[in-house]
Design a protein around this ligand. Structure first.
Ligand SMILES: Cc1cc2nc3c(=O)[nH]c(=O)nc-3n(C[C@H](O)[C@H](O)[C@H](O)COP(=O)(O)OP(=O)(O)OC[C@H]3O[C@@H](n4cnc5c(N)ncnc54)[C@H](O)[C@@H]3O)c2cc1C
Ligand code: FES
Length: 280
């Protein structure tokens, strides 16, 4: 059990929870995640550890409400107990003194890059952060990321804030300017990560992506999270979730993410009716 200390809505469908979890806060490293079972009758879902405060013994998780389990999690009020919280899981990000690092976040991935931005800054890298959302209302974490970025660029699909266009447009321009980039880190929707990799590959710029396959046990035993990287099968929960983006089979990842759409919709509808008291 883990108590929700604070709950905030960052935009219309993204919530931030501060959770009492001193052991996880002490051990967490950038790039790692937790598995959450919000209520005893709910499923397990992986969520990135978006921040950890060792002194207060808390971790922060930020999640988009997309289906059954995130809806149940969002229904828990401040002070409620999360039934099960397991972590930290996954292989931590490789953070080294490299020079200039471009860190890119799209959608809820904006919050997920926060630990990497902080860690690259702390080790002495120049951090150029690019964040993108569909529109101004969906932008999150601009102030928090600005604090640790040498430069922060905002893009929106509709131009309602920052540059009109995609994060990859800004990445292309930075590369075209001749800036020497040691590494790119991209976290967000699969199409966004794929385009970032296609942009950097011809220039030989190392690009790390954080993959989000479906996960079940998240301890390397069930194989649900398998992804193909460099022609080899990898289990993202233990060998990832971060991988060399130039080696990732994004088409396979996309296809596997769509595998349970019908069942996911049924589960979401059921949970919504339960929470409204229309079903037992
Ligand atoms: C290592 C890891 C870290 C993650 N960190 C975060 C995080 O910090 N914040 C966050 O909001 N989400 C994160 N995710 C994705 C999150 O786990 C899913 O959104 C969640 O499992 C959805 O559960 P659900 O039951 O609410 O929706 P489901 O019913 O499972 O899914 C509803 C719809 O959401 C989409 N979806 C489901 N799972 C994923 C997925 N893994 N990636 C992309 N889209 C998906 C699909 O379109 C699906 O049809 C992470 C995933 C992984 C693997
Ligand atoms: S989720 Fe089961 S092996 Fe990764």
């Amino acid at each position: 059990m883990a108590r929700i200390i604070k709950k905030e809505l960052l935009n219309e469908n993204v919530s931030r929870l501060t959770v009492d979890a001193p052991h996880i806060a002490r051990a967490a490293r950038p790039g790692q995640f937790v598995v959450i079972i919000p209520r005893e009758d709910a499923e397990r879902i992986p969520l990135t550890i978006a921040d950890a405060d060792v002194a207060k013994g808390t971790i922060t998780i930020i999640f988009q409400i997309v289906g059954a389990t995130t809806t149940v999690l969002d229904s828990l009020p401040e002070g409620a107990e999360i039934a099960h919280l397991l972590g930290p899981l996954g292989t931590p990000s490789h953070i080294a003194k490299l020079g200039t690092v471009v860190v890119i976040g799209g959608g809820v991935g904006i919050a997920e890059i926060y630990p990497a931005v902080k860690a690259h800054k702390a080790i002495g890298n120049e951090v150029i952060t690019i964040i993108g959302a569909r529109n101004k209302e969906l932008l999150i974490y601009e102030k928090e990321l600005t604090a640790y970025s040498s430069r922060l660029v905002v893009t929106t699909d509709d131009g309602s804030a920052g540059r009109k266009g995609f994060v990859s447009d800004e990445l292309k321009d930075i590369i075209a300017s001749g800036k020497k980039i040691a590494e790119v880190v991209a976290v967000g929707p699969v199409p966004m990560m794929r385009v970032c990799c296609e942009t950097t590959k011809p220039h030989g710029i190392k690009t790390v992506v954080s993959l989000n396959p479906l996960m079940l046990d998240a301890t390397g035993m069930c194989g649900v999270c398998r992804v193909t990287v460099g022609g080899q099968i990898k289990f993202a929960c233990v060998e990832g979730p971060e991988f060399d983006g130039h080696q990732v089979d994004f088409a396979e990842l996309t296809a596997r993410l769509k595998g349970y759409k019908d069942v996911e919709k049924q589960a979401h509808d059921h949970v919504c009716r339960l929470l409204k008291g229309l079903e037992k």
